[in-house]
Design a binder for this molecule. Structure first.
Ligand code: XUL
Ligand code: CO
Length: 437
């Protein structure tokens, strides 16, 4: 049953000079860096959907992967086999965590009751697997976007029955996440948006989405789930206008719903770039608003305008993102989930390992650079100095609650204030960053 990965050994750290493609060159899980082991810092997770469920389709072609659990046999048997192979993979690649959608792990039945039965059957087996292997669940989530019932939205559907169906799904998935010791619960609004305003009541949809989030938060407290509830920004794809566009849009929504402090963000690299930002912007924005929950790590392709979900492969893309995270207390309850898929031509079992090894090594390499960046204190000091006048008399005066637009106006005149321009030193700073890469 677990034969699919039988030719792959447990992946070990062999160091930079190793030529073994099935070994880590930089990710040494026990290496201490910035006061903690790499394993504790990253909290890597393998994702079930891209790694075990996605069959290799693209818009022009079907399945390219021939996994034993993707055959035509009994769907429950297939799900069981997938579970066994997934845990075999987890224990060999040694990501301490994994993540799943309800529909990744178990098939839909002919009605909701049967779907629930299928799901609970796999959750029972998964609970046993977790005990046996010591793997941990970083987060669970419900897939409320693939089935055609969700084509016009899930909690933002014009039909309340669709809202109710999603609510049922999320309740089961939150219960399962709690039972499996999951540390977070994620809501990605895959179809929470719209295609055309011609058929859309945006204010009603946003109101229903708000109601949905309230129900989730209330239920979290009811069942005593101590993990974080996270929403995952993405600007478009599948819908044209998604309500959870980017960190800023999500935070505005969370605040309007009065759920600040209750919901944080799961930020994904490729979603950031699709929204016209980069990963570090989205992360820094979340940190500045005390809303960083967890990260989906991957990369897009600058020549392709959709969510290619590739594995990260360049420390230059990650260094500032990691700098913000690790100089602000790290990932906490969150982790780094590889929401990334191998290319559809990478059809062999080894390819799944090469991808994860590469991703984990790139993160490790970047963290080593970030440690030096933090220790050398050149860039942090530059930024601090750049704003240091705010600690001076004028800066304090502006923030004094007794100051006003007209009193500041008076100061400009009285003190003959005439600001001198100062260089932002971008190229100088870019050269410094290059030193660490
Ligand atoms: C889709 C995406 C999802 C979420 C979980 O782009 O990122 O896989 O991470 O639903
Ligand atoms: Co994601």
């Amino acid at each position: 049953m677990q034969d699919y990965f039988k030719n792959i050994p447990e992946i070990k750290f062999e160091g930079e000079n190793s030529d073994n493609p099935l070994a880590f060159k930089f990710y040494d899980e026990n290496k201490t860096i910035l006061g903690k082991s790499m394993k504790e810092h990253f909290r890597f997770a393998t994702c079930y959907w891209h790694t075990f469920t996605w069959p290799g389709l693209d818009p022009f072609g079907g399945q390219t992967f021939e996994r034993p659990w993707m055959g035509n046999a009994d769907p429950i048997k297939m799900a069981e086999q997938k579970l066994n192979c997934a845990f075999d993979f987890f224990t060999k690649i040694k990501t301490p965590f994994f993540c799943f959608h309800d529909r990744d792990i178990a098939p839909e039945g002919s009605n909701y009751k049967e779907t629930q039965k299928n799901f609970m059957h796999i959750i029972d087996l998964m609970e046993y697997k977790i005990e046996e292997t010591g793997m941990k669940l970083l987060w669970g989530t419900a897939n409320a976007f693939s089935h055609k019932r969700y084509m016009s939205g899930a909690s933002t559907n014009p039909d309340p029955e669709v809202f109710a169906y999603k609510a049922a799904q999320v309740k089961d998935c939150m219960d399962a996440t709690l039972r499996l010791g999951g540390q977070n619960y994620v809501l990605w609004g895959g179809r929470e948006g719209y295609e055309t305003i011609l058929n859309t009541d945006m204010s009603k949809e946003m109101d229903n989405l708000k109601r949905f989030l309230e129900l989730v938060v209330n239920y979290k407290h009811k069942i005593g789930f101590k993990g974080q509830i996270l929403i995952e920004p993405k600007p478009h794809e599948p819908t044209k206008h998604q309500y959870d566009f980017d960190s800023a849009a999500c935070l505005a929504f969370i605040r309007k719903a009065g759920l600040e402090g209750e919901i944080k963000l799961n930020i994904e690299a490729n979603h950031a770039t699709l929204s016209g930002h980069n990963y570090e912007h989205e992360i820094a924005y979340a940190i500045a608003n005390d809303a960083l929950g967890s990260l989906d790590i991957n990369r897009g392709d600058t020549l392709i305008g959709w969510d290619t979900d590739q594995f990260p492969n360049n420390p230059a893309d990650l260094i500032m993102a990691f700098y913000f995270i690790f100089s602000n207390g790290g990932l906490g309850n969150g982790g780094l989930n590889f929401d990334a898929k191998i290319r559809r031509q990478s059809i062999d079992p080894e390819d799944l390992f090469y991808a994860h090894i590469g991703g984990m090594d790139v993160c490790a390499k970047t963290l080593v650079a970030v440690e030096k960046l933090i220790d050398d204190n050149v860039i942090p000091k530059f930024i601090k100095d750049r704003y240091s006048d705010w600690d001076g008399e004028l800066g304090k005066y502006i923030h004094n609650k007794d100051s006003s637009l007209d009193s500041i106006h008076q100061r400009v005149i009285d003190n003959d204030i005439d600001p001198k321009t100062r260089s932002g030193r971008q190229e100088y700073l870019e050269n410094i960053i290059n030193k660490y890469l």
